[in-house]
Design a protein. Structure first.
Lengths: 266, 379
């Protein structure tokens, strides 16, 4: 995976990590995710390369459609990093407000300063963007497999340019989004996280549309895996600003400042 | 004597900062700031002075090997130069595009030609074109028919090339011809001098009104043996090697343009809330292109061999180019098409419509990604 060149973890380590995360995120255990991750030696991985670790976790979450609550605890870690205060889970409310959840499940609404709130929103945008990219990759890969198996007119339907072009253009967007989430993880800049989320949202939505078309009617059934990925795409896109709203926000910021930031440098 | 040496700048970023200082303060650079080309020919003539200046002062020599007249350093320095030129509103002389695509090929397949010819090319004293496509061989390039026939110590070319960028302003051209049997195995890459009997170059006026490309009629044009690039019959491999440079370097150069044009557009027309989504859309795609092509440039700098995934560079480029120019047109309104002060920009807009066509069409790139990257089945 090209994007993984910006990591300090070696490739074998990343492969092992992906495998283990896949297990952890899909097992039926009721133990908190934090405990199951601790069993993997997660802390050490995060300490070595937090950007790659978290990005990988959330991409696989998207890929597997895992329902594990990773976001709340991740925001809590970030909150702790920013303020020193600990919490089991954090959710983001209206600007300046957070809800902290402690180990027993008790909730407590708190006010934080603008900068802290913005940093947490950026973190949330980034993580959800990673999950959206995981979904995008998955639906494309699954559709590719389907087009190899489904035969019509005496050929696997994947030979037809119409379908090849749909999935190829979706793949290009996923690659582009992959670079943005990687950069957002490395620079920690709320602006980059916003652009990453914007790209990830439209990428996942586009990938789903193209995959849906490749599947035809069978992908339209509730029991097929595809509709679940589509629903999750919509849910994730809505979190911390859907991509259409973010396009407005990004454009408005450029218009107001007349500055066009160059994300990433040589 | 150039003031620069390969070890003067530890990083492309430091080099970029030093170049920016030079361009901002040196009086010889001032005639070129904010230059708006009234025509392609005017730009070619005017910018030769700029190309010579940055060569003589050493700036454009970084990123090329010393053996070929460069000052050492990897391709990221060249990428940093392009970025700096865009940021400071300098038009990039057209020959640099050609250099990015053709010189790496020479360095690998014909280093003797690189050593001999690169300094003149880099300075702008010599200009080159590329000649691959033919009237009957566009997307299906391997079916090309121009013949390379042995003649004494060299060869002669017979046939016709088309879409040769900058052909009518070029002294020589890199050219792909058929030296053997049919298909891609019978092809050879050569460097042919265009200022000889047997080579007739005729410009073609493009959609934007400019003579971007030419036809080249070849009727016995001579190619000395030492001007063969690579081996006889190795032409296709040479062309494939060239592609990764075309996709990567050009993509990085273009993202510099898109970011700059978005910035300029905001200054040239009043802001309107209705345009914010389209601006955000173009910016997001330009950012994705920037990060992707930065990755490509860095891989090329590490001398990695890039595979079929370079087609993704082209797809991201097309998306970003289309969105950027659509936004520019939307934002400027009718002034783009009618205001004489924007004539140069409208030309650039009209040329941008070719992005999904040249260098391997959008459709070809999608098919390559589908089959060779995604592994979709072939008919």
């Amino acid at each position: 995976m090209r994007n993984d060149t910006r990591t300090t973890l070696d490739p074998d380590m990343i492969d092992m990590l992906r495998s283990s995360l896949r297990h952890v995120l899909t097992d039926e255990s009721t133990r908190p995710l934090a405990d199951r991750l601790a069993d993997l030696g997660w802390k050490e991985v995060v300490d070595t390369d937090p950007a790659t670790a978290l990005r990988t976790l959330f991409e696989i979450k998207g890929d597997t459609l895992s329902g594990a609550d990773a976001l709340g605890p991740s925001l809590a870690s970030k909150y702790s990093e920013l303020t020193g205060a600990s919490s089991a889970s954090v959710s983001i409310g209206r600007p300046g407000h957070l809800t902290l959840v402690d180990g027993s499940g008790a909730e407590n609404e708190v006010s934080v300063d603008e900068a802290t709130w913005a940093a947490l929103q950026a973190h949330g945008r980034w993580l959800v963007a990673c999950e959206l990219v995981g979904i995008g990759r998955h639906v494309i890969a699954s559709a590719v497999e389907y087009t190899k198996d489904r035969v019509q007119y005496g050929k696997p339907i994947g030979v037809f340019q119409a379908l090849q072009h749909r999935l190829a253009s979706a793949h290009a967007m996923v690659v582009g989004a992959g670079h943005l989430i990687t950069e957002a993880g490395l620079d920690g800049d709320p602006w980059t996280a916003t652009v990453a989320k914007c790209m990830a949202g439209q990428t996942a939505e586009f990938a789903c549309t193209q995959a849906q078309q490749c599947y035809g009617a069978i992908g339209f059934t509730f029991e097929h895996e595809f509709p679940a990925y589509l629903r999750r795409t919509y849910t994730l896109d809505r979190m911390f600003g859907d991509w259409r709203t973010l396009e407005h926000e990004i454009g408005s910021r450029l218009q107001a400042t007349r500055l066009v930031p160059r994300i990433g440098s040589l | 004597m150039p003031a620069l040496a390969a070890d003067t700048f530890a990083t492309p970023a430091k080099y970029a900062a030093a170049l920016a200082d030079f361009l901002a303060s040196d009086p010889r650079a001032q005639p070129y700031v904010g230059y708006r080309a009234p025509s392609l020919e005017h730009a070619a003539e005017h910018l030769r002075g700029f190309q010579a200046l940055i060569f003589d002062e050493g700036w454009s020599r970084l990123g090329w090997p010393e053996s070929a007249g460069g000052l050492g350093g990897d391709p990221r320095f060249r990428a940093a130069m392009f970025q700096t030129l865009w940021d400071l509103d300098f038009q990039i002389p057209e020959p640099f595009t050609t250099l990015e695509i053709l010189v790496p090929v020479l360095l690998v397949f014909a280093p003797h030609l690189a050593d001999e010819l690169l300094p003149g090319l880099l300075r702008g004293d010599d200009t080159w074109a590329q000649a691959f496509s033919e009237p009957d061989a566009g997307s299906d390039l391997a079916s090309l028919r121009t013949r390379l026939e042995p003649d004494g110590d060299g060869f002669r070319l017979y046939g016709q090339k088309v879409w040769s960028t900058f052909g009518h302003l070029s002294r020589r051209s890199v050219l792909l011809a058929r030296s053997g049997g049919p298909g891609h195995k019978g092809l050879t890459m050569v460097l042919v001098d265009l200022d000889q009997d047997g080579a007739d170059v005729r410009p073609i006026r493009a959609q934007d009104g400019e003579n971007h490309f030419s036809e080249i009629f070849l009727d016995g044009a001579y190619v000395p043996r030492e001007r063969v690039i690579g081996e006889l019959g190795q032409g296709w491999a040479v062309a494939m090697y060239m592609l990764q440079w075309e996709r990567g370097a050009w993509g990085w150069l273009q993202q510099g343009r898109f970011h700059k044009r978005l910035e300029q557009m905001l200054a040239w027309a009043p802001t309107d809330e209705r345009h914010s989504a389209s601006i955000g859309h173009a910016y997001t795609l330009a950012a994705a292109l920037r990060l992707h092509t930065r990755d490509t440039v860095e891989r090329l700098a590490r001398e990695e061999s890039l595979g079929p995934e370079v087609s993704i560079d082209k797809l991201l480029l097309i998306d970003a180019e289309t969105a950027t120019w659509n936004t520019v047109r939307e934002h400027l309104g009718g002034r783009l098409e009618t205001d004489p002060d924007f004539h140069w920009l409208f030309s650039e807009y009209m040329f941008s419509r070719a992005a999904p066509i040249y260098g391997g069409s959008l459709e070809i790139q999608r098919t390559l990604v589908a089959q060779r990257v995604l592994g979709m089945p072939r008919d």
